[in-house]
Design a binder for this molecule. Structure first.
Ligand SMILES: [Zn+2]
Ligand SMILES: [Zn+2]
Length: 62
């Protein structure tokens, strides 16, 4: 089940610091616990041009 290629570096790290890829929303590090984010954190994440939240995987930019 190879999806379209994602250029985000987290996919190629053995111990990525985030649970979800900010570019495609896929889980890159399943051992990191899911965080409950606030709207402010998602707004901040959106400002960093993340398409997906790295903490909870929510889609930020549609
Ligand atoms: Zn990705
Ligand atoms: Zn989030």
């Amino acid at each position: 089940m190879q999806r379209k290629w994602c250029p985000n570096l987290n996919h190629r790290r053995s111990n990525a610091p985030v649970r979800y890829c900010p570019n495609c929303g896929e889980v890159v590090s399943a051992n990191i616990i899911i965080k409950k984010c606030s709207e402010e954190e998602h707004a901040e994440s959106r400002r960093r041009r993340n398409a997906y939240c790295t903490d909870c995987g929510a889609q930020l930019i549609k």
